[in-house]
Ligand binder design. Structure first.
Ligand code: ZN
Length: 388
């Protein structure tokens, strides 16, 4: 995650703190200092830091439970809105997803219970309401905040843990995609209720409601695209009519292709047709502005790190898209030669056609291997297409 500071590593997962979170702490500290003085500012900062330590523990509840099912988590990043654990994948078995989702809020319950036992006191509904009123002890406020965190995370809506719990419970009875769609609809219903409550009480709830509404829709879309992708290969969705730019091309050549084709991202290939880089529309325009049309493409191309084999499963392509900023993936054959490009838009098109015509033959055999053409023009441009 960019703009984040690495605090160290726990059990193979690095703990990061996003710069916006540091700014958030500074802002809270300064505004509290100006309102009520140094003592109050330190008290608030101590409270928030301890609270976010609890958020980290909450995330490690998820992370360690996921590890039991063989899922690694490379990092967890703290944002002002909470922690985000970067898990390699979400468990597919509903029972496992249920345990992973519930592990986080369970940690908050355990912390609250532990603090209350240590204090030897009980908590009342009134304490929860008066959370931000100074006077109650730091420990007491921390216990109350953990209970609120638990309750908030159990709201049955994505991206809250409660949404995943709901999906897992539904998925035990129905298909995973249907379970996600149902959970997302229920979540959006909750978003409406929350938004309404926001209008009559706290406006912050309106923002949370909008966030939940969008996240629920995105989760449902992502899962249905995955569902569509699982029995297709990269070859079924890739764009085969493309041009590739040779390594010795100049920016002027790239500009010509930008004008003559519908493409915005061009693979750069070596003499044998293997990918050596990629140039995007933005890079071409910037290079033209700064260096002129005779500047060599090879000096400004991006690394060809987003490459996928055409025989790979389309879900693998979705995984690669999740780890790269590149808008397109370069597709290669078994020999490692460029044969096409894969964009998110192309995957969305396949998903759209499949929802209209579930039996559509995406393995369009006429466009396969021996029907594809590849030619190098006199000025060295690689042209890919298909024979009709
Ligand atoms: Zn959680």
């Amino acid at each position: 995650m960019r703009w984040s500071i690495n605090l160290g590593s726990i059990a193979g997962t690095s703990v990061r703190i996003h710069l916006t979170f540091v700014l958030f702490l500074l802002w809270i500290g300064v505004s509290q200092y100006r309102l009520e003085g140094a003592a109050a500012a330190w008290d608030t900062l101590a409270f928030i830091s301890l609270l976010f330590f609890c958020v980290v523990l909450h995330e490690f509840g998820h992370i360690l439970m996921a590890r039991r099912f063989g899922i690694k988590t490379s990092d967890v990043t703290l944002f002002p809105i909470g922690g985000i654990a970067n898990m390699a994948r979400i468990p597919e078995k509903p029972s496992q997803e249920l345990l992973v989702a519930i592990a986080g809020p369970t940690v908050n319950l355990a912390i609250a219970a532990g603090l209350l036992v240590a204090l030897g006191s009980t908590i009342t509904a009134e304490d929860l309401v008066q959370l931000d009123i100074a006077g109650s002890s730091l420990v007491m406020r921390l216990a109350a905040a953990n209970l609120i965190l638990m309750g908030f995370n159990l709201i049955p809506a994505f991206p809250m843990d409660g949404g995943r719990v709901l999906r897992a419970l539904l998925a035990m009875r129905m298909r995973y995609t249907d379970a996600t769609r149902t959970a997302a609809t229920i979540g959006q219903g909750f978003a409406f209720i929350l938004g309404f409550l926001g209008f009559i009480s706290n406006p912050v709830l309106i923002f949370i409601a909008i966030f939940i509404y969008i996240a629920a829709g995105a989760e449902a879309d992502a899962v249905s695209i995955r569902d569509i992708a699982h029995d297709l290969t990269v070859e079924d969705a890739m764009i085969t009519s493309i041009v590739a730019i040779p390594e010795n091309a100049r920016i002027g050549d790239a500009v010509e292709h930008l004008l003559n084709t519908a493409m915005t991202d061009f693979p750069v290939v070596d003499q044998s047709g293997r990918p050596s880089g990629i140039v995007t529309r933005g890079a071409i325009v910037a290079a033209l502005k700064e260096h002129g049309e005779t500047f060599p493409v090879i000096n400004m191309m991006g690394a060809a790190d987003a490459v996928i084999r055409e025989k790979h499963n389309l879900s693998k392509a979705l995984d690669v898209f999740g780890t790269t900023l590149s808008p397109v993936l370069i597709v290669t054959n078994d020999a490692g030669e460029v044969t096409g490009l894969l964009s998110r838009a192309a995957i969305n098109d396949v998903a759209m056609i499949r929802s209209l015509r579930p039996n559509w033959d995406f393995h369009h055999h006429t466009l396969r291997d021996n029907h594809r053409t590849r030619a190098v023009t006199p000025d060295g441009i690689w042209q890919f297409g298909q024979r009709r």
